[in-house]
Structures are given as C-alpha cells and as structure tokens.
Design a protein around this ligand. Structure first.
Ligand SMILES: Cc1cc2nc3c(=O)[nH]c(=O)nc-3n(C[C@H](O)[C@H](O)[C@H](O)COP(=O)(O)O)c2cc1C
Length: 199
C-alpha cells in the first residue's frame, strides 16, 4: 500500500496571520518523517463562500465549483493536521466553514491540531475535535499547544518555533500518533473498498 498522505491545513486566512509559522514548522517536521507524504493546503487558495449550499454535503453532492474543488482536494488525503487559531474561545470561522463544506471526503480519516494563543489554542482545538467526530474523523489525542509567551517570542523577538524543545517534542509525539492512526485507517478503508467491490 502506498504511503499515507497528510495535509497541513492552514486554518486562518487574515492578512498578517500567525498561522504561517506553525504551518511551515509542522510541515518541515512532518516532511522529515519517512512514514507519510505531506502537503501544505492553504484555505486562502480555495475562497469558499460562507456555507451556501442547499443541502448538507452529508446528504447530497455540492453544487458550487468552489465547493467541488475543495472536496476534491480533501479527498486526496488520508489525514490532516490543522493549524488552530483561537477566535473568541472557538475555532476560526474560515476553518469551521471549510470543515462544513465536505463530508464523505473527511470520513474515516485522522485529524490533528497545532494550536496557538492565550492557552495554546486549547479551547478551539477541543471544539474542533467535536466537529471532527461528527464528520466521522478520528481526532488523535496528542496536540501541539503554542503558548502565549512563545507566540510573543516569535512575533516580537524573531524566535523560531523550532527553537523550543517542548514544541519539537510535542510535534514528534503528535506525528508518531498521527502516523499510526492514519495507516490503520487507510488499511481499514481499503479493506472496506475491496469488500464493496467484491459484493
Ligand atoms: C477575532 C479574534 C478573536 C480572538 N480571540 C482569542 C481568544 O479567544 N483566545 C486567544 O487565545 N486568542 C484570541 N485572539 C488572538 C489570536 O490568538 C491571535 O490574533 C492569533 O494570531 C490569531 O491567529 P492568526 O494570526 O493565524 O489569525 C483573537 C484574535 C482575533 C482576530
């Protein structure tokens, strides 16, 4: 079986976003691992409108070209690492909207989160884990939490996320868990597909 494919989804789109720092850092660390392929996926490149379909993607194909392009992209991957900013103690609207725009393309795949902010994005990540469950994803236990002093060191003092040992360690633990679950689920989905084909 081919190597699992992991997307690093950049989960905020505002000008001057911090998200590029965690996205690039976790991308570099993930790419150093041999057990999966990895690609950066930027929500800025998809320009999804605020959810505007007549039916949930759980029940009917989407109609808009933007939604189709997004679903096709999501379908390429076996697992996802989302950067998770915290806006008013929840996820960014743009990321929640992107989750809402697909369904089957998320099913049976993994979700992991790299959060940042006052409490390392923890409150947004907890909400995103619940969203992921509804999408029939498997959110993994380990997350990365970039705490406020580190965030400020990067923004104001020119530090890099890779300078912080606790972050590198938590990233590696996340990637190890993600690799295990993503491979397990990829095999399970392949077995389902083979059974369906034989029936
Ligand atoms: C609308 C808005 C609401 C915010 N609310 C929170 C919050 O509830 N908790 C928090 O830790 N940070 C909050 N922040 C600060 C963000 O953590 C910080 O701006 C971060 O850089 C946002 O991610 P981004 O730069 O990738 O958009 C908020 C920022 C914005 C723009």
């Amino acid at each position: 079986m081919s190597k699992p494919k992991i997307a690093i989804v950049v989960g905020s789109t505002r000008p001057g976003r911090f998200a590029d720092h965690p996205a690039q850092w976790i991308f570099d660390r993930a790419r150093a691992k041999a057990d999966f392929d990895v690609e950066l996926v930027d929500l800025r490149d998809f320009a999804l409108p605020l959810f505007d379909e007549s039916t949930s993607p759980a029940y009917a194909p989407v109609e808009s070209e933007a939604a189709k392009a997004w679903q096709d992209k999501v379908a390429e991957f076996d697992g996802f690492i989302f950067t998770a900013a915290e806006y008013n103690r929840g996820p960014t609207a743009v990321l929640k909207n992107a989750l809402d725009y697909a369904y089957a393309q998320w099913n049976g795949k993994t979700a992991a989160f790299v959060g940042y902010g006052g409490v390392g994005g923890a409150r947004a990540i907890e909400q995103l884990r619940l969203n992921a469950i509804e999408l029939q994803m498997a959110p993994i236990r380990n997350g990365v939490h970039i705490m406020f002093p580190v965030y400020m060191d990067v923004v104001k003092n020119g530090k890099k996320l890779a300078d912080f040992d606790y972050l590198n360690e938590s990233a590696d633990a996340l990637l190890d868990q993600l690799g295990w679950w993503t491979s397990a689920l990829k095999s399970a989905r392949a077995a389902d597909a083979a059974t369906a084909k034989a029936a």
